[in-house]
Design a binder for this molecule. Structure first.
Ligand code: ADP
Length: 478
């Protein structure tokens, strides 16, 4: 069995692309959520610690700057007056980096020379500040020179180890991580459900397209909801409906056309058989038979010509458009129809405005006028009239062909422009009609961007009104 449609390569599927995009977006958002608040709060802590250490170092440095020369004793005296509780370690050195004061509990380094680069740089006049966060604690150090007059008499070094703020930030981080995990799981589940539903609906549309493309125009998609896919499904159903109508029209057209061609062919066959089988056929009968064969052949010719015209209009190929003077075309047509009108004793009257031009194909415009006027004569009684008028209303040219003929029943009016439609088959046949004349008129009018309508005349007969878009009016003889 033929497979309905080629399965998609998973690497190319919309579902995968959709899921990956969604995952990348969610991933990016979660990384932001996990890093940004931590980085911002860490920076805030850093700057507040640096300001506080700088202030404290400033206080110590200015308290010690009153001494000409720093000694361990004078430094201790000054330091006793200050509040050093928040600091982990305080070191004061003299100008040669010898440690005069150190608050370290274990191994205080008084009497030794300080090797910290911060102290070395402070002694050369710089204010140095460092902050480090290792995930467990904030470690901040500040070194500042002590000045007396223009001389550097020593340096103050402060160090703070703070784990409580680090714990706070760590707690926030852990909470954010848990929230992110829950959010990611929820997002992935939602994404899977959503993308699955979406791809299922797309797959259904693809399947339906394939079924319809194989000729099953009755297939319909069930549309649920009001989103873009439902709208697409509805459009698909409308399109399929139109396809079915077109296909039906095509089938009917082929069967009607073959019927129309078959009937005169069968008559010709019958007539030739009669001639061939008749033993002693007199000249007059022979002439009668051959005349009938000629009439049928003429009908065949007229039907095939009309079919050709229709297919030319349908394709629009090889039809040249140019400005055409409608009055001239009407006059030419009436000249050709005058023998038929005379024969049927029909009077044709006209009221034609001149200088009305249409951008059109002269041959088709001739056919429009010819078919309408010919019908007015054909479906009329001896002594009847056909009136043709040409006028202009705003930017439209109005062509009216009305007759005092047999009229068209109200219920047939919507159908008379359909191919092969005839109100009275016998009468139409007798008049040499094929039911194609008005469909040629209708298609040709549409091809010119115009419109056509038919109505009952008040007294007797019918009135056909055609509107064409007018070209700029020209003076007669221009
Ligand atoms: P046909 O070749 O049979 O005349 P048309 O397409 O020209 O085919 O017309 C379709 C049918 O409409 C005709 O068979 C006829 O019954 C009806 N019809 C057309 N024009 C007129 C008219 N002026 N008066 C009455 N009936 C008309």
């Amino acid at each position: 069995m033929k497979k309905l449609f080629k399965p998609f390569n998973i690497a190319n599927s919309v579902q995968l692309k959709f899921s990956l995009t969604f995952l990348v977006l969610i991933g990016g958002l979660l990384v932001m959520l996990n890093t940004y608040p931590t980085v911002v709060s860490r920076d805030l802590v850093f700057s507040s610690k640096q300001v506080s250490l700088q202030n404290q170092a400033g206080v110590m440095s200015s308290a010690l700057s009153t001494q000409d020369r720093l000694t361990g004793e004078t430094v201790r005296e000054v330091m006793q007056l200050l509040d050093l509780r928040s600091l982990t370690r305080v070191i004061v050195t003299d100008e040669y980096a010898e440690i005069l004061y150190d608050t370290a509990q274990l191994d205080p380094s008084v009497g030794r020379y300080a090797l910290f680069p911060e102290i070395r740089r402070a002694l050369s006049g710089e204010v140095v500040c460092y902050s480090v966060y290792d995930g467990r604690a904030f470690m901040t150090s500040e070194a500042m020179p002590i000045r007396n007059g223009g001389n550097t008499t020593g340096a103050v070094y402060l160090y703070e180890y703070d784990s409580s703020q680090a714990q706070l930030i760590g707690g926030i981080q852990t909470n954010l991580r848990s929230i992110s995990t829950i959010l990611s799981i929820a997002a992935i589940i939602l994404m899977m459900i959503f993308s699955r539903a979406l791809t299922l609906r797309i797959t259904e549309l693809v399947k339906a397209t394939k079924i319809v493309s194989e000729g099953n125009y009755d297939h319909r998609i069930e549309t649920k909801g009001h989103d873009e896919l439902s709208a697409l499904g509805e459009e698909f159903n409308n399109l399929t409906g139109r396809l079915r109508e077109t296909e039906e029209l095509r089938r009917r057209f082929v069967s009607d056309a073959s019927h129309e061609l078959k009937t005169p062919l069968a008559s010709i066959r019958l007539l030739t058989d009669s001639i061939l089988n008749a033993e002693n056929i007199d000249n007059e009968t022979m002439r009668e038979f051959v005349t009938d064969i000629g009439n049928e052949a003429e009908r065949l010719q007229s039907t095939t010509e009309k079919l050709l015209s229709l297919s030319r209009i349908d394709s629009g190929a090889g039809l040249a458009f140019e400005p055409v003077d409608l009055r001239r075309v009407v006059e030419k047509t009436l000249h050709l129809l005058s023998p038929l009108a005379r024969d049927r004793q029909i009077t044709i009257s006209t009221n034609l405005r001149s200088g009305l031009y249409v951008n059109g194909n002269e041959d088709l415009l001739y056919r429009i006028i010819f078919n309408l006027a010919e019908n007015g004569i054909k479906y009329n009684a001896s002594g009847g009239t056909v009136e043709i008028s040409l006028s202009k209303k705003n930017s439209l040219i109005c062509l009216i062909v009305s007759d005092s003929g047999i009229g068209i029943p109200e219920e047939d009016m919507p159908h008379i422009f359909s191919r092969f439609y005839r109100v009275d088959k016998a009468r139409s046949r007798e008049a040499g009609g094929s039911g194609l004349g008005l469909s040629i008129v209708c298609d040709a009018v549409k091809l010119h961007g115009g419109s056509i309508k038919v109505e009952k005349r008040q007294k007797r007969g019918s009135r056909f009104t055609v509107f064409f878009p007018a070209l700029e009016e020209k003076e007669e003889g221009q």
